[in-house]
Design a protein around this ligand. Structure first.
Ligand SMILES: Nc1ncnc2c1ncn2[C@@H]1O[C@H](COP(=O)(O)OP(=O)(O)O)[C@@H](O)[C@H]1O
Ligand SMILES: [Mg+2]
Length: 258
């Protein structure tokens, strides 16, 4: 179990963004301790993706700050934050459809190592990269698909490839926004297993937005609940599942799940 009350790896203070008159994220104070898996839940439109966008630098806040290991990164670009170890997956937009599965991961490793585009020329010199790519594919249960074009994968397999590409960049902090979105039920357990393995490796901090409550309850060390941009609860899975505010807001005020 991660150490309690460790210095946060990421912290937000009064983080706020307004779009016109609408406050999408409203004075959110979050502390994320290193090596935990923290989930962000809440109804559609609660501000979860926007909160990710603020933390990873796609959006600048109207108010408030984001800190990475105590350093104020509020004004840093998304690219600069990636270099500092924040890795965000972008629902399939970072996959090259006309490259194979293996090539997709290799490109990501090579870009991390700074080989740039010369790698096509130097391609044969990088067998170490290929080994690394295979081992990442294994981690995401996709090794048998290595020679297949990314465009020929099922949706669920593409989501696995997306996680592989993210891992290839070796982020310290993984931001996963609905990794099971659009997936058939039968593909969900594999994603759960992949996330479980990454978590068990113990060397990364993970932030997860998901709607599948059983998955959230299984994986999360802590859960933050957003409603209309505001943080209404933050605690361990047991506290959250017992919280009246959460029942009311998120589960529609029905009977408690127990
Ligand atoms: N770029 C934007 N411009 C205007 N409104 C936005 C923008 N991004 C998000 N929003 C609004 O912010 C609110 C929160 O959206 P979002 O973060 O996507 O919610 P969630 O991910 O929790 O479903 C929504 O009302 C959405 O319409
Ligand atoms: Mg969203």
């Amino acid at each position: 179990m991660p150490e309690k009350n460790a210095d946060p790896i990421i912290e937000t203070k009064n983080l706020t963004i307004r779009f016109g008159g609408h406050v999408a994220v409203d004075h959110v104070n979050l502390r994320i301790e290193p090596f935990v898996l923290k989930s962000i839940i809440g109804p559609n439109g609660a501000g979860k993706t926007t909160l990710f966008n603020l933390m990873t630098g796609q959006y600048r806040p109207s108010e408030g700050k984001v800190y990475l290991k105590g350093k104020d990164i509020t004004r840093l670009s998304a690219v600069a934050r990636t270099r500092l170890g924040m890795g965000r997956s972008f629902q399939l937009t970072n996959i090259f459809p006309l490259l194979t599965v293996l090539e997709n991961v290799r490109v990501a490793i090579q870009s991390r190592k700074g080989f740039g585009l010369n790698f096509w020329r130097n391609y044969l010199h990088f067998s170490g990269v290929e080994d690394e790519a295979y081992s990442i594919l294994k981690e995401v249960l996709l090794e048998e698909k290595w020679p297949v074009l990314a465009s020929a994968l099922t949706h669920g397999e593409q989501r696995k490839l997306e996680i592989a590409i993210l891992l290839a960049l070796e982020p310290e902090i993984l931001f996963l926004d609905e990794p099971t979105a659009g997936m058939g039920q039968e593909e969900v357990p594999a994603i759960l297993e992949i996330l479980q393995r990454i978590k068990e490796a113990g060397d990364r901090t993970m932030l997860l937005v998901e709607h599948k409550m059983d998955m959230i309850m299984t994986l999360s060390d802590t859960i933050a609940v957003l409603q209309e941009g505001r943080l209404i609860a933050d605690g361990d899975p047991e506290e959250i599942s017992k919280s009246d505010a959460v029942q009311e807001a998120y589960l529609g005020g029905g009977a408690k799940r127990e």
